[in-house]
Design a protein around this ligand. Structure first.
Ligand code: HEC
Length: 163
């Protein structure tokens, strides 16, 4: 009886092992077939470009000998002062074009006329430079010179039609 049940067990066990072995072989060859279908070990070109763009270094050493002299000549701070409209377009328009955070819109002639007549231009300059309530000092760009700020305020006043 024990010998008989041992035999049954071994037969079943061998069948199970055999089936598992077959499945393994099928899986191995199946995987081979799928991956070798294109007979291509490398990546497709579009995959390569994607990998390249994702693994690009976030900075690069600039070996251009003119680069440092350009920076010394001013870059964006120090050198040529920006015109009023340049400062406005780069910095001020972020808020004053659409009235973000309660900023008086550049197009709002009446509002600018009121501010100009109630406070005078010097106060407008001063508040634009030093900040005032929702208005950050120099529009949030400390690199701007006072002269550039004056020109930017003049530009806003001109655009609004208040001056
Ligand atoms: C982050 C948004 C923001 C930016 C950028 C910004 N402003 Fe303003 N500005 C404001 C707000 C808000 C007010 C209204 C302050 C108040 O009177 O409550 C204001 C008001 C002003 C005033 C009126 C001050 C007064 O005395 O009534 C002037 C002038 C001005 N801004 C000029 C500028 C100039 C020039 C720039 C660009 C260099 C600039 N702003 C950039 C938000 C901004």
């Amino acid at each position: 009886m024990t010998a008989n049940s041992d035999q049954t067990f071994f037969r079943a066990f061998t069948i199970v092992l055999g089936v598992l072995f077959l499945i393994t072989i099928v899986a191995i060859f199946g995987a081979r077939m799928i991956t070798n279908w294109n007979a291509n070990d490398g990546m497709r070109p579009e995959q390569l470009t994607r990998v390249k763009s994702r693994t690009e270094p976030v900075y690069a050493v600039n070996t251009d000998p003119n680069a440092t002299s350009l920076a010394a000549a001013g870059g964006d701070s120090g050198g040529e002062p920006m015109s009023g409209s340049e400062v406005y377009n780069n910095v001020c328009s972020a808020c004053h074009a659409s009235g973000v955070a309660g900023a008086p819109k550049t197009s709002d002639t009446a509002e600018w006329k009121k501010r100009l007549s109630e406070q005078g231009k010097d106060t407008l300059y001063k508040r634009a430079i030093n900040g005032y309530k929702g208005m950050p000092a120099k529009g949030g760009n400390p690199d701007l010179s006072e002269e550039e700020m004056h020109k930017a305020v003049d530009h806003i006043l001109g655009e609004s039609g208040a001056a």
